[in-house]
Design a protein around this ligand. Sequence first.
Ligand code: NAP
Ligand code: MG
Length: 404
Amino acid sequence: MKKIMMNTPVVEMDGDEMTRIIWQILKDELILPFVDLKSEYYDLGLKERDKTDDRVTTDAANAIKKYGVGVKCATITPNAQRVEEYDLKKMYKSPNGTIRAILDGTVFRAPIVVKGITPTVSTWQKPITIARHAYGDVYKDTEAKVPGDAKAELVITRKDGSEERQTVFEYNENGGIALSMYNTTDSIKSFCRSCMNYAIDTKQDLWFSTKDTISKKYDHTFKDIFQEIYDQEYAEKFEKLGIEYFYTLIDDAVARVIRSKGGYIWALKNYDGDVMSDMVATAFGSLAMMTSVLVSPDGNYEYEAAHGTVTRHYYKHLEGEETSTNSMATIFAWSGALRKRGELDNNQELVEFADQLEAASIGTIESGVMTKDLALISTLPDKTTVNTADFMKEIRKNLEKMRG
Ligand code: NAP
Ligand code: MG
């Protein structure tokens, strides 16, 4: 069989623990037999991050900027216990945070939908993709406990030193609490453009919701910026594709989402996105079936699984016990990256391969062969539970059949 050629590399970022084990099997079984893989490899495993004082993470992010497409394995974000476990020089920051800071992107999360895993919300037939504005708001706020008989004020100081002062609240003898938070025009604009571009990319409607009726300056500014950019830069493109940009109040959006069939992108402010992405992920059935892609406003893409390194399974694996860890989200990270690479390079064969890899993976589960996490919740009548490696070997058999 002739292997599919690639013109440009994808940036490959290896990771930690169980997902690192999956990474190797996945490449050996599902990528390398079919594709003459061109990748620029960065080892983001914790040992290598420590060895390079985390420069390897920055290098990988810059490589994504250069080549436009990356695929990342889950990685450990060190805490005190990890510093001890790996004897680290310091407590490095989250690689995802570092990469996001360099690429300035928005994270889109979408579930993989298969027959037999029924969403809790019975009307949902297609995935709902959540886009969270991961910048500012309550995550970077300034908070205070206010003593009795005090006053809280919001002061804006201009460059010339002049001030605009507003009273937030005058407290009684029992005091209370106060909070201030911010966002920036630049960040909201880039969030907006990432969402609009991703809607075009995936040919899905884009919903956006805030609480603009109550927050007449803060949230309303998000609404206004989205509308302005849509009208000026995207309306025509959306109309041509037959997709829609739709703004509604967050309360109304929540009600509509629950009654919807799915199949759209839902853009949300930072806190709303944090909360709603967990709700949507849970209602679709399994964290192991959640994919994630970071899209930068200037068109760079980084694909990964939404879950972590599955530490509990890894420790079992180290003990020599058999594991049944679900590789679907990591497989879809690879198919997403290869499809995007194919689209950017006009490499139709690679795009087709990505489609086949996904179809073979979904087909495997729908034929009843799945890992333990899914077997526990699948409604299919006949199910076979397989271990980590055998699941990917089954997919390979399907893929070989499809490719003839
Ligand atoms: P996790 O790795 O997502 O795993 C939590 C639990 O969810 C697992 O113990 C397992 O449940 C289940 N699960 C997750 N993925 C699964 C899969 N593919 N197949 C089967 N079951 C799966 O989260 P964590 O244990 O909280 O975090 C572990 C490490 O991952 C941490 O060091 C953290 O820093 C890192 N992390 C990295 C990323 C990233 O790189 N994007 C994201 C999150 C966390 P059962 O044990 O019940 O089987
Ligand atoms: Mg959350």
